[in-house]
Write a protein that binds this ligand. Structure first.
Ligand code: ZN
Length: 271
């Protein structure tokens, strides 16, 4: 492992252990795990697109793909002698390949909750929480944040995303980084805060009622006032087809909204 990566991992693990022993909130953990991602992306990831398998290799993770449905779990990381084995649900379609890349990166994140001793045995730096839902979600959220930062490094993203919000740039960046558009949306709007005041919606068609997720830029009162919540938008644009949804959206927000199709059953909207 390159020294800069080791240094970032140590800082993250020291912080987590300290917070755990003091029973304190993990306020800086997201920033610190993303600093590990930054160090790895530059030194090990190659690309773009970043190769999460070479990152996994540098973290002593042997990645194996299996068939199966990702509904229950997309992957799992098992400590073995000298490192880890990651079992990840594979697949050949474009969507499955993007999901698989993200899962491999996510499992790399879990390995940062382990240390390896001189007998090459991996042990967890804080106990695994099996009943405390909030702790489980906290680790899962950190691994997702790590995966996003690893696959979509902030400095490379800055070169791909113009100041003026456009859905076209968001979707183009997703294909450049070989990730699903929601990964870029989270990076651009939530984490890197590149489009303040903008709200981007992901609409999954073919379900009843429509499933809508909202990605909000830095929350500003003006933005909140003009853009409805995900649930409210689902009520406004309800329709069976892509065309019906786009029409309802344009009618509700004349002249301000942008709509773009992605894959067969997803629509992206922006306000
Ligand atoms: Zn996980």
């Amino acid at each position: 492992m390159p020294p800069a990566v080791r240094h970032a991992v140590d800082a993250f693990q020291r912080y987590v252990c300290d917070r755990y022993s003091h029973r304190a909130a993990w306020l800086d953990s997201r920033k610190l795990i993303q600093a590990v991602a930054d160090a790895l992306a530059v030194r090990v990831g190659g690309g773009p697109p970043i190769d999460p398998r070479s990152v996994a290799k540098s973290l002593s993770i042997d990645v194996r793909f299996r068939n199966g449905s990702p509904d229950k779990s997309c992957g799992e990381l098992i400590p073995v002698h000298g490192g880890f084995r990651a079992s990840v649900v594979g697949g050949d379609s474009v969507g499955e390949r993007l999901r698989t890349r993200f899962t491999v990166a996510h499992e790399c994140g879990h390995s940062l909750f382990f240390r390896c001793d001189e007998r090459r045995v991996s042990w967890r730096i804080v106990p695994r929480q099996v009943v405390d839902r909030r702790s489980i979600q906290r680790e899962e959220g950190l691994c997702d944040a790590f995966a996003g930062a690893l696959l979509v490094p902030a400095d490379l993203l800055a070169g791909r995303i113009p100041a003026h919000p456009r859905l076209t740039s968001l979707l183009a960046a997703a294909s450049y980084f070989a990730v699903a558009p929601e990964v870029v949306a989270r990076r651009v709007l939530h984490e890197c805060q590149m489009w303040p005041g903008t709200v981007v919606y992901q609409v999954l068609l073919g379900r009843s009622p429509l499933t809508v997720r909202a990605f909000r830029g830095v929350s500003r009162r003006s933005a909140d006032a003009k853009a409805p919540s995900a649930l409210a938008l689902a009520g406004i644009v309800r329709g069976n087809t892509r065309m019906a949804v786009v029409e309802a959206f344009k009618k509700a927000f004349p002249g301000v909204g942008e709509a773009k199709a992605y894959a067969t059953s997803t629509l992206w909207l922006m306000l």
